[in-house]
Design a protein around this ligand. Structure first.
Ligand SMILES: [Zn+2]
Length: 357
């Protein structure tokens, strides 16, 4: 009992120490569904298109890699699944870029290095040795896709920078912006998820704010759907099929350039990113496990330029905060220990008095 109380008090002091030194997220507000403050994207309003990839313009996947900023997501083990370049192809009939997903016991790939496993993939505009890539801070980002209609998996359109992991500036120094995650196939097929990750991916500095919207129609119906983000210096607005589903400035809005990612993840028999059971992944030959990407476009507004910052302008406060956290915990333990000792002495004294009577 005493140790339980001690643990509880220890946790309270630890939490207090963490929250005392960390800026908490600002407001998170939701727009009414159907209210659609889409940007005009007109030149007279300062808009310029900075990226447009219509995958049907290319004859094969190598031409895509050669002529566009897109390249495969890092090849190899992701979590429990492998991201393998072999899963990415161009469908000559529809013109879609297709990311296929499958379990295999005779996978042949030197980089994956395994015969058995679950294989899927992603594409992204990260800057690499072979690819200049494409990065942008602020603007309008849009992808037209058909999400996989199968258990155990989800696709996502997201933005990321290399500086998620720098502590103490909230989301300003880079935020992982999940424009959508399609992990609602099993239940709630009319729902879609958005999330913001900043500061760090691990405790105690992990910060995440997310949001789930019911759009009122099946998003896994085998049709193309448009997922988009308006990222201004003041806030983020997320859209599904041109309707705003979430407006927020949670974490403080990111001000640094980020790259685009369109990926698939598979978590066999476990939970999706919004805590829901996603079922067991099975191979399918009807195309239901395919993630089809038709086009991606990005726009920039000249009025956002003064707000763009370089990641080097942000200091990493991890050491300072870790030291403060340690001090807070030490103080907490000492105070808690003192308080418990005082209670024990008090009880003993009382018992002593009783015995005397
Ligand atoms: Zn591979």
């Amino acid at each position: 009992m005493k140790s339980k109380l001690l643990k509880k008090l220890f946790c309270v002091f630890a939490m207090c120490a963490v929250f005392a030194v960390m800026p908490l997220s600002a407001c998170a507000c939701t727009t009414d569904k159907g209210v659609s403050p889409l940007p005009s994207l007109k030149e007279e309003d300062g808009w310029t298109r900075t990226l447009y990839t219509d995958f049907s313009q290319y004859s094969d996947i190598d031409e895509v890699y050669e002529k566009t900023p897109w390249s495969p997501s890092p090849h190899g083990l992701r979590k429990t699944e492998y991201w393998c370049d072999q899963t990415i192809s161009l469908d000559s009939e529809s013109g879609d870029l297709v990311i296929s997903s499958y379990k295999s016991d005779n996978h042949e790939c030197e980089i994956c290095g395994v015969e058995s496993g679950v294989f899927t993939g992603g594409i992204e505009t990260r800057k690499t040795e072979d690819n200049e890539g494409f990065l942008q801070a602020f603007g309008y980002f849009e992808a037209v896709v058909k999400v996989p209609d199968a258990a155990g998996m989800w696709s996502a359109f997201w933005l990321q920078g290399d500086d998620v992991g720098k502590i103490g500036n909230g989301g300003k120094d880079t935020t992982e912006i999940d424009i959508y995650e399609s992990s609602f196939h099993q239940k709630n097929r009319t729902e879609t998820g958005n999330a913001l990750h900043y500061d760090a991916y691990d405790a105690p500095w992990y910060r995440c704010v997310d949001h789930v919207t019911d759009v009122g129609y099946d998003l896994y119906d085998g049709e193309y759907h448009k997922y988009a983000l308006l990222w201004t210096p003041e806030h983020y607005v997320f859209y599904v099929d041109d309707n705003a589903v979430w407006t927020t400035d949670a974490g403080g809005v990111s001000r640094v350039e980020e790259f685009l990612r369109l990926t698939v993840e598979i978590r066999d028999t476990t939970y999706g990113p919004y805590g829901q059971k996603i079922g067991t992944f099975e191979n399918a030959d009807d195309g239901s496990t395919d993630f089809r990407i038709k086009s991606v476009e990005v726009w920039q507004n000249e009025n956002y330029s003064p707000y763009i910052q370089d990641p080097s302008e942000f200091k990493d406060y991890e050491k300072t905060y870790t030291a403060l956290l340690a001090t807070g915990i030490t103080a907490g333990v000492l105070l808690t220990g003192g308080a418990i000792a005082a209670v024990i002495i008090f009880i003993k004294k009382k018992k002593g008095k009783k015995n005397a009577i």
